[in-house]
Design a protein around this ligand. Structure first.
Ligand code: AMP
Ligand code: ZN
Length: 469
């Protein structure tokens, strides 16, 4: 039985989707005004794993993630960069997709852009005004938090408690300082759309209330994001959606913990700030995922270079076990060990997605595999379950054989083709032949040139093979 922790009820609940076998899943996406950092990446990895696990458990999942492509930060950055806001947003949108693909995060089934959904958003804003839950002020529309008896239910605070913790804008004549912008009047030169209140643009929260309802229907099953979004973003999404429509918005609210670096909050001004694209220069995506999944998703996650190195080493051990298994000639019945691992994996993931425990189940199976003479079904089981965590090692051989081996094989062996695996084979054969001929100069040259590509030669009783250094 799958149980998950619901921020709304502050308890682990049995997962029962509104429509049996189907899951509507909404994850707040990025505001595309810069490259994403590794904190964002943690949240996107965590919910990619939740999604993959639900699929593996047999659910038909519809996964929606928005792109916020109009926002104050986009407008400010565009001004500084001397670009049109839409142009800047399109660039970072493309960069975001690219880096998610590199990380092995599955593309959303539906990825709506805020600027393409303005009409629907105006409908919701109008409904809020008509029903007395929002009011107009100088061309903007504000949500009246006092009109909503449920306001604060996700944060588990009442309006007065929330107010004491909030940064309060004093310059607008709002009814209550906590009232938030549903629609913002346009300032000169900003992107703007026509509305019943004049030219303007949607408030951030309006976007998610609208798109989730449009693409998933209400109520939908899972709404997720980092726990920094609980208040005000998610609280406000609920308020808008539930005050118009009289239906529950989302049933299960999942929130990931924040990533820190060396125990400190990420901060550009303090210099401890890492972009995902820069981290992917020094670590492969599988090792980064392995690192992040060692911690439960709701706990804070502390990143450090030392932990990154440990994860690289852990991944190398997993790869080593899988490669050795391919080379083992003996017989092994690992059926029982596989069944145990599978069950332990599922029990761990069923318990609010305990990935650390799930990895422990996989390490047990790797231990059994390392001790045995053959591999049985263990390799397939490991590849499958690692795949549920988005750690794809099926293509590890090709990963190891960078395309740069092809020109090297052409140069040193005259290889005419373009298949990395063949190129590697020829290079290894040529080196073996050189060693047999006592041409150590050539054998060493082949070894050194491969090392320049980050590939080491491993000589085993069964022959030689390559692996990442
Ligand atoms: P943003 O573009 O700031 O709205 O963030 C996109 C997603 O990343 C949201 O789900 C945030 O909750 C999440 N996020 C932002 N900062 C962090 C962090 N330091 N650690 C984990 N998740 C984060
Ligand atoms: Zn959102």
């Amino acid at each position: 039985m799958l149980r998950l922790y619901n921020t709304l009820t502050r308890s682990k609940e049995e997962f029962k989707p509104a429509k049996p076998g189907q899951v509507g899943f909404y994850l707040c996406g990025p505001t595309v005004y810069n490259d994403i950092h590794i904190g964002n990446a943690r949240t996107f990895i965590v919910f990619d794993v939740v999604r993959r696990y639900l699929i593996w458990r047999g659910y038909q999942v519809t996964f929606v993630q928005n792109i916020t492509d109009v926002d104050d930060k986009i407008i400010d950055r565009a001004k500084t960069a001397g670009m049109a806001p839409a142009e800047l947003a399109a660039d970072y949108d493309a960069a975001y997709r690219q880096v998610m693909e590199a990380l092995g995060v599955l593309a959303p089934d539906i990825q709506p852009h805020a600027t393409a959904e303005i009409e629907e958003m105006i409908k919701l804003a109008s409904c809020l005004v008509e029903s007395g839950h929002a009011y107009e002020l100088e061309g903007s529309v504000y949500f009246d938090v006092r009109s909503d008896p449920d306001y604060g239910k996700l944060s588990h605070r009442d309006i007065d408690q929330l107010k004491s913790g909030a940064r309060i804008e004093v310059d607008v004549a709002k009814h209550d300082p906590l009232d938030f912008a549903v629609w913002k009047a346009a300032k000169p030169g900003e992107p703007a759309w026509d509305s019943p209140w004049g030219q303007g643009r949607p408030g951030w929260h309006l976007e998610c209330s609208t798109m989730a309802a449009k693409y998933l229907g209400l109520p939908f099953d899972i709404h997720a994001g980092g726990n920094d979004l609980i208040f005000p973003h998610h609280e406000n999404e609920i308020a808008q959606a539930e005050c118009c429509g009289d239906r529950e918005f989302a049933h299960y609210w999942l929130h990931s913990g924040m990533l820190t670096i060396d125990q400190a909050k990420m901060s550009k001004s303090e210099g401890n700030y890492l972009l995902l694209k820069d981290v992917l220069q020094i670590v492969n995506p599988q090792a980064l995922r392995l690192l992040m999944l060692q911690t439960h998703y709701r706990s804070p996650f502390d990143y450090s270079p030392a932990r990154l190195d440990e994860a690289k080493a852990a991944l190398a051990r997993i790869r080593e076990a899988l490669r050795n298994a391919e080379w083992k000639g003996g017989q092994a019945d690992l059926h029982a060990a596989c069944a145990t691992a599978r069950q332990a994996f599922q029990e761990a993931m069923d318990d609010d997605f305990n990935t650390a425990q799930a990895l422990a189940a996989l390490y047990d199976l790797i231990g059994a595999l390392n001790k045995s003479e053959g591999s049985g079904e263990a390799v397939d089981t490991l590849l499958e379950l690692l795949g549920v965590l988005g750690i794809d090692l099926r293509s590890s051989a090709e990963d190891a054989y960078s395309p740069a081996v092809v020109p090297l094989a052409a140069e040193l062996t005259g290889y005419p083709g373009d298949i990395a695996a063949e190129a590697v084979e020829l290079l290894l054969e040529r080196r073996a032949a050189a060693r047999a001929d006592k041409d150590f100069e050539l054998a060493d040259r082949i070894r050194d040139r491969l090392a320049e590509l980050g590939l080491g030669i491993k000589d085993t009783a069964q022959g030689s093979r390559l692996e990442p250094l």
